[in-house]
Design a protein around this ligand. Structure first.
Ligand SMILES: *[C@@H]1O[C@H](CO)[C@@H](O)[C@H](O)[C@H]1NC(C)=O
Ligand SMILES: *[C@@H]1O[C@H](CO)[C@@H](O)[C@H](O)[C@H]1NC(C)=O
Ligand SMILES: *[C@@H]1O[C@H](CO)[C@@H](O)[C@H](O)[C@H]1NC(C)=O
Length: 299
């Protein structure tokens, strides 16, 4: 398929999702996220920085995220996640790969309770997330989806929305900083979201998530609908946020190249189980037969 056709298709998908949004006003999951993401931030939070610098240098007592013996059965009784355990250290970027249907998205969604995990299975900074309010969990764990869903209005309207629910008014300077962090020119602030490419829309979605000052970013195939240039913008933003602010990132990807570019650690999920945990450079030496097949098929 030619690049132009692909671009058209992307735009189509994006326009369709926008129309859906306008009709429904805001898609359910987005409403859920955006409404739940914010609670009142620190009143004295400086607006000079984008995200607080997280101290990853000291030996922390707890991993940033700890998943312990997580099981999930589907309504039909299928065992989707089987006794999954995983530690993610503060400031790490963890990539999750595996065949479709292996439970990748479910695992990611459990971390911010889009799918409600059983009590005592997921801990952030050592605290059971099911014991905290959904609002604070979603605030700490921002999420990007495969297809961005923005609502009608300007780019700035979208970025300001989460904080405004908590009564916080973002300054123009902060909106500009958030756009820059998402690798978008600040001049986008007052553009309508209609007419953005899907790649630009995804970067607006990233800026909107960052406006909620997350400690953890969850990315569910965030670039699979994007062209290579937009993909590069998103990846560079994520790497920059990780390196400068210690942001912890867990992402699902079907692209081994992306995993090689982004991840410190790769988890290979097959049939609901983490079958291997490797560094990207060890990928070619994966042992598990399902994983070897998957990697061979991805070349
Ligand atoms: C904000 O700063 C003021 C003055 O320094 C202080 O009295 C107040 O407790 C601070 N508020 C918060 C939420 O930290
Ligand atoms: C789950 O995994 C842990 C190790 O991660 C193991 O000790 C435990 O026995 C497993 N439980 C079941 C039911 O397989
Ligand atoms: C993310 O940041 C941490 C802490 O600075 C660093 O150790 C890690 O290598 C970074 N990850 C990537 C993929 O650059």
């Amino acid at each position: 398929m030619s690049a132009a056709r692909l671009e058209d298709q992307d735009r189509c998908m994006w326009v369709r999702s926008l129309i859906f949004c306008m009709l429904a006003r805001v898609v359910l999951v987005e409403t859920d996220l955006v409404h739940c993401v914010m609670d009142k931030g620190d009143e004295n939070e400086s607006i000079d920085y984008l995200l607080p610098i997280q101290d990853t240098s000291v030996k922390v007592q707890h991993p940033k995220i700890s998943i312990e013996g997580l099981d999930r059965f589907s309504d039909e009784g299928d065992h989707i996640l089987k006794n999954v355990s995983l530690r993610v250290e503060a400031g790490q970027i963890v990539g999750i790969i595996g065949p479709s249907g292996s439970g990748k998205s479910t695992l990611l969604r459990a971390i911010n309770r889009l799918w409600e995990p059983p009590a005592g299975t997921i801990f952030v900074d050592g605290e059971d997330i099911t014991k905290q309010s959904v609002v604070s969990v979603r605030r700490r764990c921002g999420m990007l989806f495969q297809t961005p869903t923005l609502f009608e209005g300007t780019v700035a309207d979208n970025v300001k929305y989460g904080p405004s629910l908590a009564g916080e008014k973002l300054t123009d300077k902060r909106i500009e900083d958030l756009l820059k962090a998402a690798d978008l020119d600040p001049s986008f602030a007052y553009k309508s979201v209609i007419g953005l490419s899907v790649g630009q829309a995804q970067r607006v979605a990233l800026a909107r998530t960052l406006a909620n000052v997350p400690e953890i970013l969850l990315l569910d195939e965030p670039t699979s609908a994007l062209d290579p240039i937009s993909t590069k913008h998103i990846e560079e933003s994520v790497l920059h946020l990780n390196r400068t602010r210690g942001l912890t990132v867990v992402f699902v990807s079907h692209s081994l190249d992306q995993v090689r570019r982004l991840a410190d650690v790769v988890c290979l999920l097959a049939n609901g189980q983490i079958v291997e945990v490797l560094t990207p450079s060890e990928l070619d030496n994966a042992q598990h037969p399902l994983v070897r097949d998957y990697i061979a098929a991805s070349m």
